[in-house]
Design a protein around this ligand. Sequence first.
Ligand code: SF4
Length: 340
Amino acid sequence: MKNDRVLEVKNLRTSFFTHVGEVKAIRGVSFHLDKGEAVGLVGESGSGKSVTSMSIMRLLQYPGKIVDGEITFKGKDIVNLSEKEMQSIRGNEMAMIFQDPMTSLNPVYTVGDQIMEAIRKHQGLNKKEARKKAIEMLKLVGIPSPQKRVDNYPHEFSGGMRQRAMIAMALSCEPNLLIADEPTTALDVTIQAQILELMKDLKEKINTSIILITHDLGVVADVCSRIIVMYGGLIMEEGTTEQIFYNPKHPYTMGLLKSIPRLDLGENQRLVPIEGTPPDLLKPPKGCPFAARCPYAMKVCQEMLPPYFETEENHRSMCWLLHKDAPQVDVDTGVKRGRV
Ligand code: SF4
């Protein structure tokens, strides 16, 4: 494993053992993350992106369970670590921010107390030093008058400020890995842009590796250098941000791209939602999970799960269209040519 590799996930399988059966939420996911790198994990809800992050943080709730695979964090396999060992990694070397800051901020303590608690627990600083650091962190994330704001309660902050405070708390221990799960979804567009800019900035300053989870491809473009597209508990496509935006190979990625507004296409562009619903992972389809919604689906797609085809360096897609004998598809007209 490379020295600068922070995280390596290999063949991860996570299921939920419900009273109606096993929901195979993650069905063999592999990817890596290097030091200081930001990767976007993109897909609709139910694609498996949040379950992947909860598996990495080892925060899965009953009846969820990692059933197979390896998660190597800073060279150490963490799948089998005890809860006590994981607790010292969480919040210290690994941190997570959620869509709703109120799930992480406790309404009965001041924002400063909560940041200080995280700092003192993991860095062994005394109260005075921890308060100084908490003020520094609030300043770093752009909270005005941090010396005063440190004594405010979460309800005295606006939504955007709460999100910033949560980022301050997550970053106060300078984690090697930050997982941000839809961190800007609940915010208005201007604040959303500010928070993303802040994350980009912090990545440079603290050299933290980031996994940014979102349903919106537009959100990752500016922050991430690589994008992983998930669907039906599997990675459908992975590539650099440029490859995914300008040379997508998987029909699902193409569908996601058509459903977001693009600055370069002006005001009259037509946004096309992807019709249909994701597969039932209680009984996952034996072939391609996207087959029921894919405009290019062929017979083989229903019958066999495609392998990954590497089309360029660092660019792989799970789609039968990339097989050498597959018909050529014009992605704009949907016309197939060649052997079917
Ligand atoms: Fe569509 Fe077939 Fe490719 Fe799946 S494998 S995305 S159904 S063309």
